[in-house]
Design a binder for this molecule. Sequence first.
Ligand code: NAD
Length: 290
Amino acid sequence: MTFDIKTIGILGSGTMGSGIAQLCAQQGYEAQLYDIDQSLLDNALRRIEAGLQKAVEKGKLAAEQVPLVLGRLTVHTQLSDLAGCDVVIEAIPEDLALKQDIFKQLDSLCKPETILASNTSSLSITALGGATKRPQQVAGLHFFNPVPVMKLVEVIRGQRTSDETMNALTGFAESLGKTAVIAKDTPGFIVNRVARPFYGEALKMLGEHGSNPDMLKTIDTVMREAGGFKMGPFELMDLIGIDVNFAVTQSVWSAYFQLSRYRPHPIQQRMVHAGLLGRKTGEGFYQYES
Ligand code: NAD
């Protein structure tokens, strides 16, 4: 089977879905972005336009390209509109049952050749493939945040993913200017498994100091200034989204049969309950201007 990839469907117009849609349209693909509500799509379009403007200011995109890029982007609230896509990339919340349900729907709607990919940070690609009748055409395609900037993409092979699908997605990721790395279908793949203690130990330390804001800043500063990390753990959790990070932590912890090393922290849970989700809500560990 040969794959001629032109049209990309993206499910979920949040942090990751909007970034993936922007990148695909910038690189010449037709991007069809789906979400459950038009107002979410309107917000995503505003973020994408702002992202393109930023790229122009940085000299990475010619101003006259902006309308052309936007012209390659359409938004949809009907899943069936994505039926003709060559690749569909799912970027909805980190919930296995929710993702399996949408994979099942996509399987029955999409043309037989469509590859179904997931941007999941931690969930089993094999379990997503198992929800469809085309597990050989299901794989992980894990981008990092912010999508237009971060170079790495993990391409994850499920138990029944075919070589053709892996090759097609690797080539596709490279055509987006990314570095594709093949990862095994184990909880958290490569990056999110290695990164778990980065967040977990920082949260434990913060808890031991009674959530003292000075301690929080100290940990971030030390990791950035002396540790050589681009961002401290709390700054990074705010960028990712506290809800997303908490869901990924829970997923990796339960997938490793509740291994204590990966245990979520009550601070994360409390912040999710309070709606303090990081940059996207204007407040997380830090406060942000809108
Ligand atoms: P988000 O909360 O910003 O966006 C999720 C979007 O999905 C929302 O717009 C929501 O309306 C939409 N949605 C919810 N249910 C839906 C449904 N049934 N059909 C279609 N859309 C639906 O989340 P995010 O940060 O973009 O994360 C999405 C996925 O990407 C998750 O699996 C997450 O683990 C993964 N991921 C996140 C990051 C990150 O830094 N945020 C990085 C890599 C991977």
